[in-house]
Design a protein around this ligand. Structure first.
Ligand SMILES: CC(C)(COP(=O)(O)OP(=O)(O)OC[C@H]1O[C@@H](n2cnc3c(N)ncnc32)[C@H](O)[C@@H]1OP(=O)(O)O)[C@@H](O)C(=O)NCCC(=O)NCCS
Length: 214
């Protein structure tokens, strides 16, 4: 690659990062609270991040490539998810050793590092929480504001602190188990609309489901 091409590429990358990408993301943040399949496809294709329907508040610039975020999640501001580790066993941790765009190698070098996190459906992540790469947050879990989550979080647990520790369960054991058996996050819109009045009371929701009403 010539010097001129290199410079042009760097300028284009800067414009993309500073102007185009934030504009696209502002659009997505403003609108992505329902069935925004187009935006989610865009995020998947351009950022390698999958996001489920109804999930809102995510900022792709704060999420590591390869992360998988479920449906119905709520992500507060300043949250960072699955951002990659740097290799720590080379002489330097600087990416010039593995990214060709730093101008020191001909091809990107494969590196063996943790990257991306998995956030299951219906998770709420509080302000400024950090979910480290490789971590899976179970369905319905809550991550407290400011937490640094270093280990997997069980479904319906509330975890907070640095490093993240278990605070309490959202529901008693039997309710958690039954809710996990109900695949409501996969229901279509008309079924969700029908079931919506039951969502406010977990016991009634489970009973109605077991009786075949939902
Ligand atoms: C996690 C959270 C939901 C818990 O709320 P809550 O059920 O009312 O919990 P409580 O205030 O009763 O606290 C329960 C315990 O957790 C601790 N705790 C609460 N929030 C915590 C936090 N962010 N980090 C660490 N510990 C926390 C409390 O100190 C308390 O500990 P104790 O039992 O030893 O006294 C809430 O504290 C929180 O972090 N909310 C995020 C708010 C936010 O970021 N909103 C963004 C808009 S979407």
């Amino acid at each position: 690659m010539s010097r001129v091409t290199g410079v042009l590429r760097r300028v284009a990358r800067k414009i993309w990062k500073k102007v185009i990408s934030p504009c696209q993301m502002a659009l997505i943040k403003a609108t992505d609270n329902v069935e925004r399949t187009k935006q989610r496809n865009y995020v998947k294709q351009n950022y390698g991040i999958s996001v489920g329907r109804f999930t809102h508040g995510y900022d792709v610039n704060e999420i590591g490539e390869g992360s998988v975020i479920g449906s119905f999640c709520s992500i507060a501001s300043g949250v960072k998810i699955g951002q990659m580790n740097h290799p720590m066993n080379y002489v330097s941790i600087n990416p010039f050793l593995y990214y060709k765009d730093r101008g020191m190698i001909e091809e990107d070098k494969a590196i063996d590092i943790k990257k991306g996190s998995t956030i299951k459906d219906d998770v709420w992540i509080g302000n400024n929480a950090v979910i480290l790469p490789g971590v899976t947050v179970g369905r319905g879990a809550v991550i407290a504001a400011g937490a640094v989550v270093t280990k997997d979080v069980p479904p319906y647990a509330i975890v907070g602190g640095v490093p993240g520790h278990f605070i309490k369960w959202r529901f008693e054991d039997d309710i958690r188990e039954k809710l996990l058996d109900i695949d409501w996050t996969g229901w279509d819109i008309s079924r969700l609309k029908r079931a919506r009045p039951y969502f406010y009371e977990p016991k009634k929701f489970i009973k109605a489901y077991e009786e075949g009403i939902l």
